[in-house]
Design a protein around this ligand. Structure first.
Ligand code: FNR
Length: 393
């Protein structure tokens, strides 16, 4: 998508920012589903800091740099992307809109980027590969035993997935109070007592009907029960709190393509991941949904770039909502960003068109930001494009 610098300002009406799409999503989704999407762990300190920390940085405005066209292209996992924004894996996408993972993958491809299909997707990874073009990326939760995990890796490889993202920050589930209070659990079903308040609402009834059709499509046994709770029970899908670096090395052996380790916040872990054969790191605190009180990802990023940058690619997610945040992330050394909740806002608001709109907004914002900074290419962004932090008094 090639928006000129003035195109967006001429567009009137409709959602103009990610925040606008969030407002639409908030109007459409029943409270328990919205809580599941929006909430963070415990006191939500990390959730809040993720967004603020990008805003703590000032970008340099340089003028008269002769920049006619801005190039947003980057190369991630051996693939050229037209913009440095990837759709993060988000489970249960079908809960927000029936088109779920398919809409995400199609919108990503149309915008010249990729979506990372979650282990917890509500479409099978084969359906996404078959119906949304090939070359997508797969996220693995190393749940369950090696037979299950190895089987998923073989299926992803056979279906043509080109990169693997192993999520390592969920040894146990974070304490997400918003969804707990509303009765959401592994299965997106509310308890009878909490459902009472919504029971007659037409939107809620429609949502419940959709839930009954939802399954953890990648994990359900063919021909077996499709209900999420049954799948979890039968497949002994449980978090494995005792996973270690040997398990990661084993996964490395099972996967031929590029492998990224998602959910790293500490430079020592980044170095260990690279030593275990990772091609890249995703600096992430799971959108503030796991360990509360960790650094924001913008604060953790520079230390990890210093440790492994040059040896491995470094991606980052958490609180990225604007072109400014993307520019800051790249200037701090990230190769690209992932967005989680933002694409789901678009999905909930308007299916595939809504996801496309989110990507279009971020493309236009980043393009405009780079023009105003006097920077020709997103891949050129570096520390020199930020105003140095003032020394504390
Ligand atoms: C997630 N995330 C996630 N990560 C992952 O590796 N596998 C998954 O299935 C999920 N599921 C999931 C569900 C929901 C509702 C959310 C909000 C997040 C984490 C996700 O990939 C990403 O790290 C964060 O969402 C990034 O933060 P922002 O962009 O949401 O602020």
């Amino acid at each position: 998508m090639k928006l000129g610098p003035f195109t967006l300002s001429r567009t009137t009406g409709g959602p103009a920012t990610v925040e606008d799409l969030r407002a639409l999503a908030r109007r459409r989704l029943p409270a328990p589903v919205l809580a599941y999407l929006e909430n963070g762990a415990d006191e939500e300190v990390t959730l809040g800091r993720n967004r603020e920390a990008w805003r703590d940085h000032r970008v340099r405005q340089r003028v008269l740099r002769g920049v006619r066209e801005v190039d947003l292209g980057v190369r991630i996992a051996g693939t050229h992307l037209d913009l440095p924004v990837v759709l993060a894996p988000v489970g249960l996408a079908g809960a927000y809109h029936g088109s779920g993972d398919l809409a995400a993958a199609r919108a990503a491809r149309a915008a010249g980027t990729r979506s990372i299909v979650s282990t917890g997707a509500t479409h099978t990874l084969e359906e996404v590969a078959g119906e949304a073009g090939g070359g997508h990326w797969f996220q693995l939760y190393p749940w369950g035993d090696r037979e299950l995990t190895g089987g998923l890796l073989r299926r992803a490889s056979t279906a043509g997935y080109q990169a693997l993202f192993v999520t390592v920050d969920v040894p146990v589930v974070g304490n997400r109070l918003g969804e707990r209070r509303l009765g959401m659990s592994v299965e997106p079903v509310v308890t009878p007592s909490t459902a009472a308040g919504y029971a007659r609402h037409p939107r809620w009834l429609a949502m419940q009907a959709r839930y009954r059709r939802l399954s953890l499509a990648n994990l359900a046994e063919p021909g077996g029960p499709r209900r999420i709770a049954d799948t979890v029970r039968r497949q002994s899908i449980a978090m494995r709190p005792d996973l270690d670096w040997d398990d990661l090395a084993w996964m490395r052996d099972q996967w031929d393509g590029p492998m990224y380790v998602k959910g790293v916040l500490d430079p020592e872990d980044a170095a260990l991941a690279v030593r275990a054969g990772a091609d890249g790191i995703v600096v992430s605190n799971h959108g503030g949904r796991q360990l509360d009180g960790t650094p924001a990802t913008a604060d953790a990023l520079p230390g990890i770039v210093a440790e492994v940058g040059g040896r491995a690619q470094v991606l980052v997610d958490g609180g990225v909502r604007t072109g400014h945040a993307i520019a800051v992330a790249l200037a701090l050394g990230a190769d690209a960003v992932l967005i989680g909740r933002p694409w789901v806002y678009g999905l909930a608001a308007d299916g595939q068109r809504g996801v496309a709109r989110v990507l279009e907004i971020l493309d236009a914002e980043l393009r405009r930001t780079l023009h105003l900074m006097g920077v020709r290419a997103a891949a050129d962004l570096a520390g020199r494009h930020l105003v140095p932090h003032e020394a504390p008094p």
